[in-house]
Design a protein around this ligand. Structure first.
Ligand code: CDP
Length: 216
């Protein structure tokens, strides 16, 4: 069974997806982490992010692994190295949408996502899971929240991780990514027609989780 959870940044997708996967004993696949890992590698190798050909070539020679740990966390490995924390740095967040919009890169990630998702029952979160990656997913959800609430949540999350960010930085980043992700040509962020829409603005994590579990 595939559960697809899409939506913009800060809507609560990854927190909720992780809990649902753990409760159901499903694999949790964070597709955003894959684009983040590629972005980290491009920056580490000093590749010019405008140089699409070079990024595609780099992606062809990259191995990304997602490991679900026993305590319900997700570890992200890039070419064998644990990059779980590094891919959350603001520099990566700022640039990831530029890498994620490249058609050939998305084709490679799509293959990986389908392979993982078909290997066992899975919860996938991202932007295009219900529309492109698994259009036949048994269950689809689109999580959303008001902009100010999404910014507030992301600010708190990063502060808790010890990052030195301001609310204004976060708002700028969310605004830029919302625009880039929903207006790009390939697989833009969009609610699938058959996805259940959940406005999480005034909901707790527990309420969102229960709403999803109740609709399965
Ligand atoms: O956690 P947050 O929502 O901030 O971002 P994420 O899920 O880690 O995704 C980071 C970026 O990857 C997004 O802003 C998109 O540009 C891209 N992405 C995508 O294009 N398609 C997906 N299925 C998942 C993420």
């Amino acid at each position: 069974m595939i559960i697809a959870i899409d939506g913009p940044a800060g809507a609560g997708k990854s927190t909720v997806s992780k809990i649902i996967a753990r409760k159901l004993g499903f694999l949790y696949i964070d597709t955003g982490a894959m684009y983040r890992a590629l972005t980290l590698k491009a920056i580490s190798e000093k590749i010019n992010l405008q140089d699409t050909d070079q990024i595609i070539e780099m992606a062809r020679h990259t191995e990304i692994n997602l490991i679900n740990t026993k305590d319900g966390q997700l570890k992200v490995f890039l070419d064998g190295k644990d990059v779980t924390l590094k891919i959350r740095q603001p520099e990566i967040t700022k640039l990831v949408s530029a890498v994620a919009k490249i058609k050939e890169v998305r084709e490679m990630m799509l293959k990986l996502q389908r392979k993982l998702g078909r290997s066992e029952d899975s919860v996938l979160d991202g932007r295009d899971i219900g529309t492109v990656v698994f259009p036949d997913a048994e269950k689809k959800f689109y999580l959303d929240a008001e902009f100010s609430e999404r910014a507030r949540r992301r600010y708190k999350e990063l502060k808790d991780l010890g990052q030195d960010v301001t609310l204004k930085d976060i708002e700028e980043d969310l605004h830029n990514r919302d625009t880039l992700d929903s207006t790009r040509e390939v697989a833009p962020l969009k609610k699938a027609d058959d996805a259940i829409y959940i406005d999480t603005t005034n909901m707790t994590i527990k309420e969102v989780v229960n709403k999803i579990l109740d609709s399965l």
